[in-house]
Design a protein. Structure first.
Length: 365
């Protein structure tokens, strides 16, 4: 089959869960003999490439304006892609649902991969939240298959719109530390730091992590990897907390460095609360990190009994972080449980096979 993927920043995977999903399933589908085309945003890559891990890559310009970037680039990608003959259009992000009539009119087979509850994200103002609510509803009105990456999101669409979807989770990899010396550049040592990898947005709660950590009586450090691709007051305020105990490395894309950060942290704080299955959480679990996660259904569905959960306040997060300092002997067994969860439930090869079977059934239909 000839499959085109639209609606993400592209590959190589950077910046978020959509991109990770595209790279992992795209390269595996290509290895299984399918022709994969990925439309990406040229502004996110210094070097433009035409091929990556068996996938064909086309980069097009985007408007670096928060409210228009996704919509503008997705529309441009759809227009350009219609000049080619594709069997399947895999479109990410319900914000792009306004474009679904286009492939439908031209009798193309499309699949919509939904996001989490985008309208709950703090980066949007009233107009942005309203648009994402309407776009989410619109996505359920077309006779086009929906893919959800968590059972909780699948249930949300059932209960809210009476619309079922294909549940296909993300995957994760089992990792082990290979070169802890890579941590030296950050002034940290194995086991000597708490870690959070996230975009600096209110619904990911990095501010709670900073507030809780500052109350801890420990010689460990806090490493906050990430930032935001847009200028905003929240991210600026976050960085003001940087000092010798709180380290802000910025975005880190080197996979070897990310592996060492995850494998060697004392504990990983996962503050995301409005998405579905989050790849960063799966990566932390696969690396054997002890996870302290925001107490929401999406995270409990994935982490289960493999970690601790905190409420949306710094006091509760402080108590959970302090528990890890007082109970290192109890953490080992829980770390192994998270690895087992990844091994049994979140295998990228199985995820890819599920996508392939869906695409085949649609193509035959």
């Amino acid at each position: 089959m000839k499959i085109v993927i639209i609606g993400t920043r592209g590959v190589p995977a950077r910046y978020g869960g959509f991109e990770t999903c595209v790279e992992e399933i795209g390269r595996r589908l290509a290895a299984r003999g399918h022709e994969i085309w990925v439309y990406g945003r040229s502004g996110y890559y210094r070097r433009q490439i035409r091929e990556y891990r068996g996938m064909n890559v086309i980069t097009l310009p985007e408007m670096r304006v928060k409210t228009l970037e996704t919509l503008g680039h997705s529309f441009l990608s759809l227009v350009f892609s219609l000049r080619r003959s594709f069997d399947i259009y895999l479109i990410f992000n319900t914000a792009n649902s306004i474009f679904l009539p286009l492939p439908r009119i031209l009798k193309k087979t499309a699949v919509m991969h939904t996001d989490g509850l985008e309208w709950k994200r703090g980066k949007w103002g009233p107009v942005g939240r309203l648009y994402h609510r309407l776009a989410e509803r619109l996505a359920t009105r077309f006779d086009i298959p929906l893919v959800t990456d968590s059972e909780a999101i699948r249930n949300y669409y059932r209960e809210t719109y009476g619309r079922d979807s294909h549940y296909i989770s993300y995957g994760g990899d089992l990792e082990h530390s290979r070169d802890p010396g890579r941590l030296d550049r950050f002034g940290i040592r194995p086991g000597g730091y708490f870690l959070q990898i996230t975009r600096f947005e209110p619904e990911n709660n990095p501010h709670l992590t900073v507030e809780a950590f500052r109350k801890l009586n420990t010689d460990k450090k806090l490493v906050l990897v990430g930032g935001t691709t847009y200028r905003g007051r929240y991210a600026r305020e976050m960085r003001k907390h940087g000092n010798e105990r709180i380290v802000f490395p910025g975005f880190v894309y080197d996979r070897d460095i990310l592996r060492e950060l995850l494998c060697n942290c004392h504990a990983y704080v996962h503050g995301n609360e409005v998405g579905g299955t989050n790849p960063a959480l799966l990566q932390a679990m696969g690396a054997g990190a002890f996870v302290v996660a925001r107490d929401v259904p999406f995270n409990r569905e994935v982490l289960r009994d493999g970690g601790l959960y905190f409420l949306k306040n710094a006091a509760d997060l402080y108590r959970k972080m302090a528990w890890t300092l007082e109970n290192p002997d109890k953490m080992a067994g829980m770390k192994e449980r998270t690895r087992a969860i990844i091994r049994e439930r979140y295998d990228w090869d199985k995820v890819t096979l599920t996508y392939e079977n869906l695409f085949k059934s649609l193509h035959r239909g």
